[in-house]
Design a protein around this ligand. Structure first.
Ligand code: AHG
Ligand code: MN
Ligand code: MN
Length: 355
């Protein structure tokens, strides 16, 4: 029998039937999709919508906020405030978690999100995105900051939207990773990419190569070998891509394989990486691992890290299984002092690289 098109709502009813928590999670994901549609419409207007450019404000990380950062944040907060399903939220654009006033009792979930990822690309009309992560809220009391600080493996759902030539919504509830494309005229997300899989083998890598001199030796080793291509141990040539929107880079890797790296570097020693654990690294790791890939710091599985603060940064190495495992091995060999060419002067002091 012909099944017809599968809308996001239809898909979620099928994937999340059963407990009241599952039903509420389906409703929450539909709410998130509504916020995504609003942001998609805003980004698509570009200069005509007066949405480009920066504000005078900075966020907690000292980054100048773009108009669209703040507008997208507001779209998510309004959606969660009205939906009655979320007890608290944490955002890249808010210093601290925000409690949502309970309407009919306390919501079951905590929402953590990067409302607009790739902000530096807004004004040049290059793909941007939104990233979200859903945790279970404590029942019978207000959430505290500690309630948000859960390892990524406890996420109930995670995903992202990409505002590219088409708008897509990609999500996981722990049952594979699935992609939907926005049918703009109708306003529905349609299942177009069921059971996405990251190929284990790849010949593409993504990294901001201008930071090369700040990287640790195992990352320098990996990238050097990729660049040497056929003439070195890899025996084949590699391509490099860097969009500078994590969402867009990860989306490409989901579609055709590759590895995305924002590794630890020494550019700013106070920051163990550029990307944030709670609303970038964890949700993207969940999405990629549900598609057969790996999310790692180079030394640990990202989703096993115990967070210490909402805006914590971590090294990120995400993508095709074989490549991430190879990069983890290079870190291990370096830390043990086993790598002849890239020997660690610090291999007795491994605690310096704990995360
Ligand atoms: P955000 O816009 O949410 O602050 O995140 C930007 C991140 C990420 O999307 C991207 O991979 C990275 O920053 C780009 O960094 P570079 O500017 O070093 O290329
Ligand atoms: Mn981001
Ligand atoms: Mn952002």
């Amino acid at each position: 029998m012909h099944q017809g098109r599968t809308t996001l709502s239809k898909f979620l009813i099928q994937q999340l039937k059963g407990s009241p928590e599952q039903n509420d999670l389906a409703a929450l994901l539909v709410d998130i999709a509504a916020a995504v549609k609003a942001i998609s419409a805003m980004t698509a207007k570009g200069e005509l919508g007066g949405v480009l450019g920066s504000l005078d404000s900075t966020n907690v990380q000292g980054e100048t906020q773009k108009k669209l950062d703040v507008m997208s944040n507001t779209a998510f907060i309004n959606t969660f405030s009205m939906g009655g399903l979320v007890a608290g939220l944490a955002s890249e654009e808010n210093d601290d978690p925000v409690e949502i006033d309970p309407q009919d009792g306390t919501g079951r979930f905590l929402a953590i999100f990067d409302p607009l990822d790739g902000s530096s690309n807004i004004d040049v009309n290059v793909s941007v995105g939104s990233i979200f992560s859903v945790l279970r809220a404590p029942q019978g009391r207000s959430p505290t900051t500690e309630d948000f600080l859960r390892p990524g493996r406890q996420q109930l759902a995670a995903g992202y939207a990409i505002y590219g030539p088409s708008t897509m919504f990609v999500l996981t509830v722990g049952k594979g990773t699935h992609g939907f494309t926005l049918d703009r005229e109708v306003g529905n997300f349609i299942l177009t990419h069921p059971h996405m899989e990251v190929p284990a083998e790849t010949s593409e890598f993504a990294i901001n190569a201008s930071n090369e001199r700040f990287w640790e030796p195992p990352v320098q080793r990996y990238v050097t070998e990729c660049k040497n291509g056929k003439t070195d141990v890899r025996g084949r040539d590699f391509n490099m891509r860097w969009i500078a929107s994590m969402v867009a880079d990860i989306h490409r890797i989901l579609m055709r394989g590759g590895v995305f790296m924002y590794p630890r570097d020494t550019k700013d020693k106070s920051k163990p990486g550029r990307l944030r654990l709670m609303y970038e690294a964890n949700p993207m790791s969940f999405v990629i691992e549900q598609a057969g890939g790996i999310g790692s710091t180079g030394r640990h599985r990202i989703m096993d890290l115990q967070p210490s603060e909402i805006h914590q940064r971590v090294p990120v190495i995400i993508g095709s299984r074989n490549e991430v495992e190879r990069i983890e091995r290079y870190h291990l060999e370096y830390d043990r002092g086993e790598d002849e060419q890239y020997k660690s002067p610090l291999f007795q002091e491994r605690s310096l690289f704990a995360s």
